[in-house]
Design a protein around this ligand. Structure first.
Ligand code: HEM
Ligand SMILES: *[C@@H]1O[C@H](CO)[C@@H](O)[C@H](O)[C@H]1NC(C)=O
Ligand SMILES: *[C@@H]1O[C@H](CO)[C@@H](O)[C@H](O)[C@H]1NC(C)=O
Ligand SMILES: *[C@@H]1O[C@H](CO)[C@@H](O)[C@H](O)[C@H]1NC(C)=O
Length: 494
């Protein structure tokens, strides 16, 4: 997920080595790291030679270049605009090509059929793959690292906790969080939109995981989680003082806090219809419950999956609306009309009102397409696999390229244009996968869309905003977001 999470996050492989590089110590480690890569590349050179022989009489490898041994094409991918990197490959080799990322041989797939083949395949063919350092921070038992029985069980619990019926009931509480957030932005200060959206998405995440949670716990979770997340894309060294080490320590404190919450809920028998309740109530066929560690890892995993994704999409929506004042007026019109026709005596939003926002909804769909914040995901071939006449050897990484599919003019005319009205006609099958596809597809997509609709409703009807130092540059954090998180000033409209 989120490069995803799958690394849920896109940039993880690379970011590992680029982070913190201003520190001398880090530079030393980076040097050692590169040296290791270089040496292992020598090995891999011989390995590939052998591989070639092994597969001589079978399907052929996809076209493409492997770059310098092992350092591969990573540097190119991360120093060029990723769109340019992929586009030039696609032009040269077609929709399926091989390359090398941080020493891992890799097949990239930019056709909807190929993406569907990989993501929809039997779990024994392709498995999820993340950097170990990330797994250790989030927690190795989080569902997105797994396939098979354990994944299926936990996924069922997560899906039932975020089903449309459960999510729907959260509307009034999400609305409170949205109103509170907006109020806090409208004090004349310049805000970093992305940071503020992250706070909003975190609160909604906490609500959907725990239901109502004592503010003391929420604050401790928030503080410690924000230390944890700084380690996600750093160079992983356990030396004290480094961001990665601080992050590991915060992760331990998070376990402690979660342990306290679990203890209290068990004592008060508060095992309700939210994710924590479902995780605590679960028993397998033999009557075994999940361990505390499995519960904690999945809670942190869901927070991770839910926060930056939703926040960066919301940030892009503001940017796209701001870039098109005419569209902004029409969307505001849709939202204001709802206030006049549908508000009850309490002036509050209901779930059924969120179903009457067709244009706002299309703005969300188009933002998910254009921003494609999860631009690709990773899987690993668990066995030798043949697809479309090509061999994908066991152990190779496979990357479905969502962004390239979403930006292919064959499926989306003038893909660089922001045009919500294109969604008046449904996209061709499998060409639109902002929430992924198959057994690891996003179980939080209903919640994500609901929290975006609720926030947008109040923002568009009660506030106006202007961008501060607008720019078209993009920062990768590691999700793409507008530069400086889109600085803006909010004002309440009376
Ligand atoms: C706009 C916001 C979001 C986007 C674009 C998004 C996108 C995705 C994508 C593409 C995947 C699949 C990754 C892969 O196959 O490798 C995924 C998985 C996942 N998402 Fe989301 N997501 C969003 C919000 C959320 C929210 C709010 C939650 C929490 C409730 C959530 C929870 C998860 C989980 C737990 C998985 C892993 C599922 C599994 O491995 O079985 N996501 N998401
Ligand atoms: C929240 O927790 C604190 C400290 O554990 C406690 O003093 C307070 O009474 C709790 N508040 C509620 C509403 O339960
Ligand atoms: C983190 O969690 C601990 C509890 O384990 C708490 O005492 C602390 O205040 C929290 N915040 C920080 C910044 O450590
Ligand atoms: C409005 O709020 C009052 C008190 O909070 C509540 O009793 C009433 O049911 C609400 N009305 C609607 C239409 O939600």
């Amino acid at each position: 997920m989120y490069e995803t999470v799958v690394d849920l996050t896109t940039g993880h492989w690379i970011q590992l080595i680029l982070a913190e590089s201003n520190k001398t110590l880090m530079k030393l480690f980076a040097t050692i790291f590169y040296l290791t890569i270089f040496l292992s590349s020598l090995f891999s050179y011989y390995f590939f030679k052998k591989e070639k022989r092994r597969h001589k009489n079978r399907a052929k490898l996809p076209p493409g270049s492997m770059g310098w041994p092992c350092i591969g094409e990573t540097l190119q991918m991360y120093t060029q605009d990723p769109n340019v990197f992929f586009a030039s490959k696609l032009k040269r080799y077609g929709d399926i090509f091989k390359t090398q990322i941080l020493g891992y041989p890799c097949v990239m797939l930019a056709s909807p059929e190929a993406a569907r083949f990989v993501l929809g395949a039997q779990p024994q063919l392709f498995k999820p793959t993340y950097p170990k350092s990330k797994e250790n921070l989030i927690g190795p038992s989080a569902l997105f690292f797994h396939t098979g029985n354990y994944h299926t069980c936990v996924r069922k619990l997560v899906q039932s906790s975020f089903s449309p019926e459960v999510t729907q009931k959260l509307t009034p509480d999400i609305e409170k969080i949205a109103l509170f957030s907006l109020e806090s932005w409208a004090n004349g200060q310049v805000i970093n939109t992305f940071h503020e959206m992250k706070k909003y998405a975190f609160e909604v995440g906490i609500l959907s995981i725990f239901g109502q949670l004592n503010k003391t716990y929420t604050d401790k979770l928030k503080e410690n989680y924000s230390i944890l997340e700084k380690g996600y894309n750093c160079f992983p060294t356990k030396l004290p003082g480094t961001a990665y080490h601080k992050s590991l320590m915060a992760r331990r404190r998070l376990n402690q806090i979660l342990g306290e919450i679990v203890k209290e809920r068990k004592e008060k028998k508060l095992l309700t219809n939210n994710l924590l309740g479902h995780l605590l109530n679960f028993r397998d066929e033999k009557g075994n419950a999940l361990s505390e560690e499995q519960i904690a890892d999945n809670i942190i995993g869901v927070l991770f999956a839910a926060q930056d994704t939703t926040a960066s999409v919301l940030t892009w929506i503001l940017k796209y609306l701001n870039d098109d004042p005419k569209l902004l007026d029409v969307v505001k019109g849709e939202q204001k009309a709802l206030c006049e026709s549908d508000y009850g005596e309490n002036q509050s939003l209901t779930w059924s009102m969120t179903r009457k926002m067709p244009l706002t909804y299309k703005v969300i769909l188009e933002s998910l397409r254009k921003a494609s914040i999860i631009s690709f995901t990773f899987r690993e071939a668990a066995v030798d696999i043949e697809y479309d006449g090509y061999l994908i050897p066991k152990g190779w990484k496979v990357m479905p390229l969502f962004r390239n599919i979403h930006h292919n003019p064959e499926f989306f005319a003038h893909p660089e244009q922001f045009d919500p009205f294109r969604f008046e006609n449904p996209p061709k099958p499998n060409t639109y996968m902002p929430f992924g596809y198959g057994i690891h597809a996003c179980p939080g997509n209903e919640l994500a869309k609901l929290e975006m609709l609720v926030l947008l409703h109040h923002m568009l009807t009660k506030y106006r905003w202007e961008l501060v130092g607008p720019s078209d540059l993009i920062q990768y954090s590691p999700f793409p977001v507008p530069e400086h998180g889109l600085r803006a000033r909010f004002k309440k409209e009376f």
